[in-house]
Design a protein around this ligand. Structure first.
Ligand SMILES: Cc1cc2nc3c(=O)[nH]c(=O)nc-3n(C[C@H](O)[C@H](O)[C@H](O)COP(=O)(O)OP(=O)(O)OC[C@H]3O[C@@H](n4cnc5c(N)ncnc54)[C@H](O)[C@@H]3O)c2cc1C
Ligand code: SF4
Length: 486
């Protein structure tokens, strides 16, 4: 156990974020560099090494959290890194980006602020990279079997790394010009600097994984060609079909899907553009959707110099504390303030957009909305509350409804879909086509990085067993596992 009295003597402490006035001038991560190491050992010491560590249940990866808390408290950083990597290929991604369901499940959280598990995780991995203990782990021998992974987001990368290390020859195909999926084009630099991603890709290359960016499977290479060329295929194509808002004025210039906007900002940070082709400078920006993608639009528009940013959400404002009907250890719906919300913008709840209003040139200039109340779970407009707000740039961030159709891949391979439009799979992550497996958001629906990594690891185990007859690769979750919510 870490410090036996730590949870009694040490209050919860987070590292400091850089001042808002400073950080909105650049795209670097919001935390002060080096702010974590001086506090983290004592924070890890708050862990009670519970008899039944519910943090394990909160995390789909099954991270062995009490063990690494103990090792950090004792100063054994290399041991902590080894334990961390036993269950997670990419702790620097989850340590920065995960909403940390492990923390809402932490037993200490019943009557105190929980252990800051995610901060311990990121401190371990950042230090491991600095100390040079993260090394490529190439396989000792090759199996002679080949695997194509389609999609290079966290699920595809996790599956590829596991299968490469198991000795299979793996190529990752990605339609975008760079590898990384939403980690690359979606998640802004200020949440995770891409150098962390680049470093992992280099490690994977050194282990033997091949990367093929700029290859749109279904278009540049057909499903049949792929089946003929590889012994197994892992589809990790994400849930990229965005939910739309069919109201009058939807086709006006200046109304965009969030995922048409955010990748341009990522590409500008990469040096591809001087100014993003869709840019918020000087504009009144309205983001429709109160979730994380919306917050990413907010933070991006702030850094681009928007005149104002308003984030609209159809649901009522959540409560600040856990509501009684969402008790520990569930992942609760509470009012969360992301770094982007701290910086700028107004959040408006319980409103619905009824129309986009254009100018004479067909450009959006305003948005009409109405307040709503909920009756039988459905939003109903409140009479007399309709109003208009200025909007020169509207960003739709209302979630995703499944993998894209119409690019040939699903039809070419003859894949069955489930009732929600995701690629159907059995308990082994296998689709209806022999040798073709599916992992991540493409099979699960829109989710989180931690679930994508857990799925990639689990699918890799199934693929390994399919190719080799049996597998010793870990399989943290079945495809049906879900977050504990109410
Ligand atoms: C803006 C945004 C911010 C987010 N922020 C967070 C966060 O902070 N924390 C968190 O936990 N989760 C976050 N998420 C969710 C998280 O990013 C996803 O759940 C996760 O990336 C899913 O991983 P994946 O590997 O299944 O798919 P993706 O990351 O979506 O990757 C799929 C890849 O497949 C490629 N592809 C698709 N079709 C083809 C084809 N036919 N041929 C070749 N390539 C193809 C796509 O180009 C894409 O690169 C966010 C999502 C969005 C949209
Ligand atoms: S539930 Fe919290 S206190 Fe208990 S072992 Fe896990 S991190 Fe430590």
């Amino acid at each position: 156990m870490a410090d036996p009295r730590g949870f009694l003597t040490t209050p919860q402490q987070h590292p400091e974020r850089r001042p808002v006035t400073e950080r909105v001038q650049d795209w670097k991560e919001v935390y002060k560099p080096g702010g974590l190491l001086p506090i983290i050992s004592k924070q890890a010491g708050r862990c009670m090494d519970c008899g039944i560590p519910f943090c394990h249940n909160g995390c789909p990866l099954g991270n062995i959290i009490p063990e690494w808390n103990d090792l950090v408290w004792k100063g054994d950083w290399e041991g902590a890194s080894e334990r961390l990597h036993a269950t997670n290929n990419f702790p620097e991604f989850t340590g920065r980006l995960c909403p940390a369901p492990c923390e809402t499940a932490c037993v200490l959280g019943i009557n105190q602020p929980p252990v800051t598990i995610k901060n311990v995780e990121v401190a371990i991995i950042d230090r491991a990279w600095e100390d040079g203990t993260v090394k490529p782990l190439p396989p000792e021998r090759l199996s002679g079997r080949t695997v194509a992974v389609i999609g290079s987001g966290p699920s595809g990368l996790a599956a590829a790394q596991q299968l490469t290390r198991a000795g299979h020859t793996v190529a990752v195909y990605e339609r975008a010009d760079r590898i990384g999926g939403l980690l690359r084009y979606g998640i802004p630099e200020f949440k995770m600097e891409k150098r962390h991603l680049n470093r992992r890709i280099e490690q994977m290359r050194a282990e033997g994984t091949k990367f093929r960016p700029g290859m749109h499977i279904g278009v540049d290479l057909t499903g049949d060609a792929l089946l003929a060329r590889y012994d197994a295929i892992v589809l990790a194509v994400g849930s990229t079909k965005a939910r739309d808002l069919e109201v009058p004025g939807r086709d006006l210039a200046g109304v965009h899907q969030a995922m048409d906007y955010l990748p341009y900002a990522n590409k500008t940070c990469e040096g591809d553009y001087l100014t993003a082709p869709i840019d918020a400078f000087g504009k009144h920006v309205v983001v429709i959707g109160g979730g994380d993608t919306g917050a990413d639009c907010l933070g991006t528009a702030t850094r681009q110099g928007a005149a104002s940013v308003t984030q609209l959400e159809i649901m009522p404002r959540p409560t600040d504390e856990r509501p009684g009907h969402q008790p520990w250890p569930t992942y609760p719906m509470i009012f969360r303030v992301s770094s982007a919300h701290e910086e700028n913008g107004e959040r408006v709840y319980a409103v619905s957009t009824t129309e986009f209003v254009g100018d004479d040139n067909g450009r959006v200039q305003a948005l009409k909305l109405t307040e709503v109340r909920f009756e039988g779970g459905r939003p109903v407009p409140v009479e007399g509350t309709e109003r208009e707000i200025p909007a020169d740039l509207v960003l739709l961030a209302m979630g995703f409804v499944g993998p894209e159709r119409g690019n040939g891949l699903i039809d070419q391979l003859g894949l069955a879909l489930d009732e929600r439009g995701n690629i159907a799979r059995d308990a082994e992550y296998a689709t209806n086509v022999p040798g073709v497996f599916v992992a991540g958001d493409a099979g699960r629906g829109q989710s989180l990085i931690v679930w994508a990594i857990a799925e990639g690891r689990s699918a890799a185990s199934s693929v390994d067993a399919y190719l080799s007859g049996a597998s010793t690769l870990p399989k943290p979750i079945p495809p049906t596992a879900r977050q504990v919510t109410v």
